[in-house]
Design a protein around this ligand. Sequence first.
Ligand SMILES: Nc1nc(=O)c2c([nH]1)NC[C@@H]1CN(c3ccc(C(=O)N[C@@H](CCC(=O)O)C(=O)O)cc3)CN21
Ligand SMILES: CC(C)C(=O)C(=O)O
Ligand SMILES: [Mg+2]
Length: 272
Amino acid sequence: MSAQTPSKRLTIRDIAAMRRRGEAVAMLTAYDATMAALVDMSGADMILIGDSLGNVVLGHETTLPVTLDDMIRHAAAVKRGSQRALLVCDLPFGAVIDPDTTLVNAMRVLKETGVEAVKIEGGLAMVPLVEKLVNHGIAVVAHVGLTPQHVHQMGGYYIHGKDETSAARLRAEALALEGAGAFAIVLECVTPALAAEITQSLTIPTIGIGSGKDCAGQVLVINDLIGLNITPPPSFAKPRADVASVIRTAVGEYVAETKAKRGPVPLVLRAD
Ligand SMILES: Nc1nc(=O)c2c([nH]1)NC[C@@H]1CN(c3ccc(C(=O)N[C@@H](CCC(=O)O)C(=O)O)cc3)CN21
Ligand SMILES: CC(C)C(=O)C(=O)O
Ligand SMILES: [Mg+2]
C-alpha cells in the first residue's frame, strides 16, 4: 500500500462511536500473518497481538518469558496480514517499569510494527504510565482483573471482584485508567455483575474475557475459539471448532500415505 492510500482500518474514534451506539466490539488475538488475515476478513474489529503468544506459540508455561522483540516480530507479521482491524500489541512483562522506559518501549512497538495501540496490564500503579504514553500520542488499552503477568504474585488464576474489597479496587482502577486516557479496558475474569456495573460507569468500552456478556466488547485467544490447543483452554473459552483434530487427521493421512508409498498425488506439470 502506498503512503498516500488512506487506511481502511478502524480507528479509536470508530471504537468510541461503536460504544456510543451500543454496538459491541469483537476482538480476537492473532500472532502471525495467515491467522491475522483470516481473523480480519471474518470481521473482527480489533486484533490483539497478545503476550499469550508465550503460551500458544512459544510453548512457555506463563507469559513472563515473552520479550519485547518477540512481540515486535509477531505484531509486524499481524500488521502485514490484516487490513481492517485496529491492531493492539501487548507490552510484555519487563517492558513496563516506569513512565520513561514504558514510553521508549511503546514507541519501539509503534515505530517497528505499525500497530495503532499498546495494552498494559495492571491497576493504579499503571495510571502515571498510561498518562505518559497518552501525553505522547500513544493509544492505550488498559487491562485489569486477572492479569497473567502477575500470576506468581497472585498465586494462580482465579476470578476477581468476588469480595467487596476486591470489587472496590477494580471499580477504582477502571475509573482511574479511563481518567488517565485509556481508550478501552480489558476486564479479565471479573464477576459478571461487577463487569456489567463497571461497563455502565465508564464512557470507554470494556472488553471482557471470562467476565460475562454485559461488557461493551469481548476478547478471546484465537486458539481457544477454534480448538487449536494441546492443553485445555481456560474454562471460560467455548471452542467453536476442533481445528486440532482437523490437523491431526490430515497429518495422519499424509504420514500413512507416505509410509505406504501411495503419495503424493502425481503431479501434472503444465506444458510450456
Ligand atoms: N490459550 C490461552 N488462553 C488464554 O486466555 C490465555 C493464555 N492462553 N495465556 C495467557 C493468559 C492466561 N490466561 C488464563 C489462564 C487460566 C485461567 C483460568 O481461569 N484457569 C483455570 C482455573 C485456575 C487453575 O486451574 O489453576 C480455569 O478454570 O480455566 C484464566 C486465564 C488468559 N490467557
Ligand atoms: C487474553 C488477552 C486479553 C491477552 O492479554 C492475551 O491474549 O495476551
Ligand atoms: Mg496479554
